[in-house]
Design a protein around this ligand. Structure first.
Ligand SMILES: [Zn+2]
Length: 383
């Protein structure tokens, strides 16, 4: 599986930095340990004793550990194949995040055309099929050897085969969804439309998995059912997030802060009493924040958050300058910056507005609500 969950990465998931391959940082999310333990346990205490009875526990667990490690390296190999193909096509890959039950290679940008998208997506399942063939080959070579080793390689062949098939399901953000999207994009010429359809199929598939999981639970297979529901929820979330990100990024593509900023910004003087800020600014204009100025110089930003927790007394005695957030480089954005970058900065700084400064002069302001309104309007005009 491969998708662009920059938002997940941005939220700073807890993860361990493993190693670097050709400049790509491989990260291991803590959730992987749970999955690792589950796979190890189900192999060593369930599958192997079942198919190869009569051996000792240490042997099951040693063989189980060996198989689990190789399986997890198979997943890394799958993700690396996506990344290497992307690199070859000129797309940078900052990192690969391995979590829950698979991996995600984070692309710095989307593929430029359907052909590239197809190549990057298809190489993943192909690599898993190839690994399945290799493990099956090894299994046949060692067939005369200890039966448990034969079982382990047989299992690895089967697991990689299953991984390839699962990823070929044509719902975004699975590889199959990407392949489907590439073909649709190539046929129709519209990437946005193709993404919408592929992610709808992905969501439909995720819901089907959850329903199946629920039925399994009702029939008594509780653990298997929980897993299906869990995977379904995860896929549904990914389909939604990936689509939103692409939709937003696409409609803002190429736009600069200068193009969309509010130019006639209402500013509040720093010596204004807060009481009057509320009555003459917040209630009058209906904005959620104002830049604070003194003699035309920008000192900071005052928003609802700065004053809503102040007491009646404080609101009467304090001035705007005392309650504002002083301006810092994180609250400033140059006019030539890409709007997508501005969105990222607002998310990182957890602020709803940024001051657009040209050197020392404030020439405008951009707000999250303003951007969302713009997106809504663009969408309404498109349909
Ligand atoms: Zn993949």
């Amino acid at each position: 599986m491969k998708t662009d969950v920059q938002s997940a990465a941005r939220r700073g998931r807890r993860s361990i930095k493993l190693f670097k391959v050709r400049g790509i940082q491989i990260n291991l999310d803590f959730s992987w340990f749970i999955v690792f333990a589950l796979v190890l346990w189900s192999l060593s205490a369930g599958y192997l004793p079942h198919v190869f009875p009569g051996s000792s526990r240490p042997i099951y667990w040693t063989a189980g550990l060996f198989a689990t490690l190789l399986f997890f390296f198979s997943i890394i190999a799958h993700e690396l194949c996506h990344s290497m193909m992307a690199l070859r096509l000129g797309i940078k890959i900052p990192e690969i995040n391995l979590f829950i039950f698979g991996g995600v290679a984070r692309l710095s940008e989307e593929a430029a055309n359907p052909k590239d998208e197809f190549k990057i997506a298809a190489v993943g399942p192909l690599s898993s099929f190839a690994l399945a063939a290799v493990f099956w080959g090894i299994r046949n070579v060692v067939e005369a050897g200890p039966a448990i080793i034969v079982e382990v390689f047989g299992y690895l062949a089967w697991a990689n085969f299953a991984l390839a098939v699962f990823n070929l399901i044509p719902g975004f953000p699975l590889d199959g969804g990407r392949i489907f999207r590439a073909l649709w994009w190539w046929k129709s010429g519209s990437m946005a439309r193709a993404t919408k359809i592929a992610s709808d199929i992905g969501k439909g598939f995720a819901i089907a998995l959850m329903v199946l999981g629920g039925l399994q639970m009702l029939s008594g297979a509780v653990i298997g059912g929980v897993w299906l529901i869990f995977i379904g929820m995860f896929l549904k979330g990914m389909a939604e997030v990936s689509y939103q990100e692409i939709a937003i990024r696409q409609s803002l593509e190429g736009m600069r802060v200068r193009d969309i900023m509010i130019k006639d910004v209402v500013t509040a003087p720093s010596d204004l009493p807060l009481k009057r800020l509320i009555s003459d600014y917040f209630l009058r204009y209906g904005f959620r924040g104002f830049p604070v100025t003194d003699d035309g110089r920008v000192l900071g930003l005052v928003s609802l958050g700065n004053i809503k927790d102040l007491s009646e007394e404080e609101q009467r005695t304090k001035t705007v300058g005392q309650a504002m957030t002083p301006v810092t480089p994180e609250l400033i954005i140059p006019p030539e910056t890409q709007v997508t970058e501005a969105l990222k900065q607002m998310a990182q700084e957890n602020t709803g507005r940024l001051l657009v400064m040209d050197k020392d002069r404030m020439i405008g302001m951009i707000t999250q609500t303003g951007l969302l309104r713009l997106l809504e309007m663009k969408r309404a005009l498109e349909t």
